[in-house]
Structures are given as C-alpha cells and as structure tokens.
Design a protein around this ligand. Structure first.
Ligand SMILES: [Zn+2]
Ligand SMILES: [Zn+2]
Length: 270
C-alpha cells in the first residue's frame, strides 16, 4: 500500500517541519510499502504563499538521498493546480521532470481561491458549486498531462453555508460530462480521505459520485489521505476500502512512472 496524496514542508500550507524522511518512517510504521509525495504547484495562484514554485532539481536530489539512506520506495508526484492561463507552464513542468504521478486539482476558479470566501460573494450555493464543476469540466477538456483528478467535489467544504451536501441530480449533466471525459481520456480520480477530518465528514468525491463514476465505466481510482503532516499518512484507509467496495470497486491503482498498476483492495487493506 502507498498513500498517493501527501504534502511535505515544500507545500506552503503543510506542516513546515514535515520532511520526506518523516513520511518514510511513518510509512514503515504503518506497514506501507512506500510513499508518494505530491506537493503543490499552483501556477499564477492569487495566494502569495503559493507563488513560490518548488525547485525540482533540489527536490529530486533530496528524495534520492532519502531513497539511498532508507531503501524505501519513495515516489515523486505533484498536485498540479489548474488555471486556463497556466496550461503551458503546467505542461512544461510535467514534461521536464520524471514524476511518477500527477494529480490535477482545481484550487482557483475565475482567479479566486474559495478558501478565502470572496469566490462566494454574489453567488448562491448552487451558483458557486455549478461554476466550480463548469471549470472542472473545462480543465479535463483542456489538459491531459495528469493521471487522476484530485478531491473532485471539495468545493462543498468552503463558503458560509449551512448544508454541506449537494444533490447529484442538480449537477447531473455536468458531473456526467466530467466523468465521461476523464474516463474516455484514460484518466482516473482519487478518493480523498481528508474530508472525514473536515467540516463535511465525507470523502471527496462523495459516495454518489464514486458510484456514478463506476457505473459509467470508471476503473482508475487511487486512495489519498491529503496529509499535510506525516501524522496523517494513511488516514482512514480502511474506511476507504469499505466505501470503495460499496461503490463497486474491488481494486485500486498505484502509480509509478505515470503508469497505473492495479491491486485488489482485499489484499492490501483490512
Ligand atoms: Zn488540493
Ligand atoms: Zn493536496
């Protein structure tokens, strides 16, 4: 088992003490076979914290040292934030460095990071969710240099709204178009477990979307904790197995050199 969504101190919103070595040690103590680091690259982010882009020459050197010192399988992924105006930089990054895995995520919509709330000004909850899914659809049509889509419906964690659920039917056409595009281009999605520690108490995406993805023929799915400290490595992975089995999946994808291999859930999780 490998947790395929983790952040180290190279991500500005992560615990600034968490190193590659911390994850390696934590992976060993959990009995995991390796670790995948997926720090943030968000080109042209409105958030000054995210405007410093990782120097991947330094990054890969440091990972190589940890590999040599520990003998553990350390894979390098990236969580790449989509913006239409950043596509050429996104492509350059992915073609320049030997990533094992690329998660595409939507953190900025129409120049706004919903984390900061201004995105929601003048929008109803339905408007704000719909606009988010519209840009997700734009991103999967416009950008192909990724492997799985990150936290597909995490927009519901943001905004000062009372209810943190949405009805699949309300956005059914959009969500179907997103999932069909992902599937037809040979890409996948992740089940992101961070929501179980969040205000929403659910995975991203929700059970309804996971089931819909499966029904439409979706096969490629990864499990990620979205840990921002090594202490969260592998969080809720046994729950992930139960949820995935319920949604109709019996295997998950583990990426290396941008290629998935498939393992049976029953063989790797309790
Ligand atoms: Zn993210
Ligand atoms: Zn993340």
């Amino acid at each position: 088992m490998i947790d395929q969504h983790t952040h180290t101190k190279y991500s500005p919103d992560a615990d600034q003490k968490t190193t590659f070595l911390d994850y390696v040690n934590q992976a060993k103590s959990l009995g995991f076979s390796g670790v995948m680091v997926t720090d943030h690259v968000d080109y042209d982010s409105p958030d000054p914290l995210f405007q410093n882009i990782i120097d991947y020459r330094v990054y890969f050197n440091e990972v190589n040292q940890v590999r040599q010192k520990t003998g553990l399988d350390v894979r390098v992924g990236v969580e790449l934030g989509y913006q239409k105006g950043s596509i050429s930089k996104m492509k350059d990054l992915v073609s320049t460095y030997p990533f094992d895995f690329v998660i595409m995520s939507l953190h900025v919509i129409d120049g706004e990071d919903p984390y900061y709330g201004t995105y929601f000004q003048g929008k109803t909850q339905e408007d704000s969710i719909r606009r988010y899914f519209e840009v997700v659809l734009e991103s999967v049509k416009n950008f192909d240099d990724y492997d799985v889509y990150g936290h597909l419906d995490h927009i519901i964690r943001y905004g000062a709204f009372e209810h943190r659920r949405y009805d699949l039917e309300t956005y059914g056409e959009l969500i179907d178009a997103i999932l069909k595009t992902i599937i037809s281009k040979g890409k996948g999605i992740e089940i992101n477990m961070s929501g179980l520690d969040d205000i929403t108490l659910q995975t991203y995406p929700s059970m309804d979307v996971l089931k819909r993805y499966r029904t439409l023929g979706g096969k490629i799915i990864t499990i990620g904790s979205d840990a921002h400290t090594y202490l969260d490595l592998g969080r809720y992975f046994n729950e992930a197995k139960k949820i995935l089995l319920e949604a109709g999946f019996d295997e998950i994808a583990i990426f290396s050199k941008r290629k998935p291999s498939f393992i049976k859930l029953n063989e790797v999780l309790k």
